[in-house]
Write a protein that binds this ligand. Sequence first.
Ligand code: ZN
Length: 404
Amino acid sequence: MRSVHPQNLRVATRGTTREINRRIALNLIRTNQPISRADLARLMGTRRGAVSLLVNELIQEGAIFEGATGEAKRGRKPTFLYIDSRKRCVVAVDIRPTRTFLMVTDLLGRQLASVTSFPTEREPKRFVADLVKRIKAVLIEHKDLGRCQGVGVVVPGMVESGAGRVLLAPNLGWKDVSLRDPMAAALGLPVQIENSGKACALAQLWASRDAKAPTNFVYITVSDGLGVGIVLGSELVRGQHNIAGEFGHIPLNIDGPRCGCGATGCWEAYVSNLATLSRYFGRDLRERPVAADVAALTVDDLIARARGGDGKAMAALLSTARYLGLGLGSVVNAIDPSHVYIGGEITAAWDLIEATVRSALAERALTPPAGATPISIVPPEQYPRLRGAAALVAAGSFAERVVA
Ligand SMILES: [Zn+2]
């Protein structure tokens, strides 16, 4: 995941070389475990003796452990290296306009306890106080899971992750909100924040252990809004002003429906969950008042109705599918990825909408091969956004994140 930029070469001091080698070793162990010292040395292209020094240090620090496997029938049984994910955990937070979700994972981003959620407080200071209280409670409840290594937070909006600030989150009504520092101060833990689409893309990149996994891809998350994360050459694209990938606010039709960002006709305003539900009810659900039974209906319910034979529900889903594919055409024309991942509630209806999404993509893509760009679904039960949040902390421990 580390790449070298010719314009950004620094002289490696003894300390930085050691730190880089350490991260490379940890990442190789993570992606190849169980792995022997000899294989690790081979992958690192270095002498076995040098690797053994590094490995012994990592074992002493508790970052990895060495365990036997019984594969050799004769002679000395080889020992293998594993990442030590025991007794250490990460708290993942997914902030959404209506509810905020919490999950505890291990250092590899694997779920350790059930997901909890609570209503999202819109006033930022009260939100931080509420969230901190709930994270503390979760950590007390799950004391047995070990020491918390940090908190990863994904936000439905543009984030300056270096400064830990939310620049703009239209669907939350947040503008220039400091999130990381007050949380870190109150929790006494490292906190990382990131845009939800970018974090999902990062998690997808990080989870790929297969050498043939795509290194140029786009991750689209469709929920209350629409987030897009772009990975090119195994690097997350952030852009000059942290807004790269905001395809959700590219207009499909400038005379279209109003969007949370204040403009009209944005792609998001056609494919968000609220847009799909608005289409079903034949009215803009942003406009209050909304009857309680209407407000309570979710996209999951809508999919269930479509499967139950409700023609209006099916039509609403297929309209969203068409707009999703048309917008995807613009993304493919602009980025030309080798793969597209889609996450979000609507993917539960993928068997119903796939053909419509693909034909709309093919209609807008500039060449037939681009129109046939492979699409994979990341199902909601894999909690992609929470895995993205966990990866912000977990991935940082293994290999340096590089952003273009
Ligand atoms: Zn917009």
